[in-house]
Design a binder for this molecule. Structure first.
Ligand code: COI
Length: 352
């Protein structure tokens, strides 16, 4: 379907104020945003406007009942400066999986991709060219109907904002294996990219940080043994030359970097198994010297090398060398910057 996206541009871009070598994630926003409204059972009025604050009714249902979901993705530039999107159709589909779980309307996937393309085209000068840096894109949907009462809202906004950023972590990170709090239980919202999942993680993450850790490693809700995912990423381990990652069982995020890393590892000849993994297995592998690598994967973090995992007074050490994860990271960056052939057909180029 073809869409007519109304475009209103700002008079003068703020991009000239940006120091491209000093942009922490999520602190700087571009000039415009894409917006679309859901009313009377359909999405309408897609538009790109100057980014500004949006008046919100105090009874807007997202504020009370949490119907709010989001996506994270990145635009990069190829060696000729042409913007490209990474696996945009996967984000479009995942937003709708989240919407289904949260009783929210689906957003047309072709309009999702078209809105992104047109927004990124307008904001192309904001894309940091350095490898590992990118224009982070945040599509999200929330219930903005004013109503007090428990039911699905009938009015929503879908918005895409864009925020340039440098790489999130430059150091190896430390994880805290959490046994008191949980992120997701069977039948819950763990697979949805729902705002509430992140809200519930804030306090445990603060406690982990106070102990000197960077992020929480979430364990299953029943036995606190099975590894699920990390605060803002999925997780991989290399044991005895083979990779394992927690299998999707409805309680972990269907990470787009996760699925891409599985493809790249298999393409490089490694065996990757999606399976149930206990924290004890990882402890044993570390003690016996067979735990070779451990790393997290996510849109914002890219690939984050893990240094250690803390649990109940013990520490699981990980080797400080990550040759395979490093190689996978280089391959992903090379695909995202057009330095190697896009053999998986993941990139969408944005023409002038
Ligand atoms: C992402 O990696 O894109 C995420 O959504 C995590 C976010 C909390 C930074």
């Amino acid at each position: 379907m073809s869409y007519n996206i109304n475009i209103t541009k700002i008079e003068k871009s703020k991009v000239s104020d940006l120091d491209f070598n000093n942009i922490p994630l999520g602190t700087t926003f571009t000039d415009h945003m894409f917006i679309c409204d859901y009313d009377n059972g359909q999405w309408g009025n897609p538009r790109i406007e100057p980014l500004e604050t949006i008046p919100t009714h105090p009874a807007a249902m997202a504020l009370h009942y949490g119907q709010a979901i989001f996506e994270g993705m990145k635009a990069t530039v190829d060696k000729d400066g042409n913007p490209m999107l990474f696996r945009a159709n996967k984000n479009a589909a995942r937003l709708n999986t989240s919407a289904d779980r949260m009783g929210m309307p689906n957003f047309p996937e072709d309009l999702f991709v078209e809105g992104l393309k047109q927004l990124v085209d307008i904001e192309r000068n904001w894309i940091p060219p350095q490898e590992g840096s990118a224009l982070y894109l945040r599509p999200f949907m929330y219930a903005d109907e004013p109503f007090i009462g428990m039911r699905a809202a009938t009015h929503y906004k879908f918005i895409i904002i864009a925020s340039p950023s440098n790489a999130m972590y430059s150091n190896r990170i430390k994880l805290w294996a959490e046994k008191q709090y949980i992120r997701a239980a069977n039948g819950g919202t763990g697979e949805a990219k729902a705002a509430g999942n992140y809200a519930a993680a804030i306090r445990p993450t603060e406690l982990a940080k106070a102990k000197g850790y960077d992020q929480v490693l979430w364990l299953d809700a029943n036995e606190h043994r099975y590894i699920q995912e990390v605060g803002t990423m999925n997780i991989f381990f290399m044991i005895d030359g083979k990779f394992i990652t927690p299998k999707r069982d409805g309680s972990i995020l269907d990470g787009i970097t996760r699925m891409s890393v599985i493809d790249v590892l298999r393409d490089k000849g490694y065996e990757v198994t999606e399976t149930m993994i206990t924290i004890d297995e990882i402890k044993t592998a570390s003690r016996s010297g067979t735990l070779q690598e451990a790393f997290g994967t996510g849109t914002a973090v890219g690939i984050a090398y893990i240094q250690e995992i803390g649990l109940d007074g013990e520490v699981i050490h990980v080797s400080d060398q990550s040759p395979v994860a490093n190689d996978v990271n280089d391959t992903l960056n090379a695909i995202k910057t057009g330095k190697v052939e896009d053999k998986f057909n993941w990139m969408t180029k944005i023409k002038n």
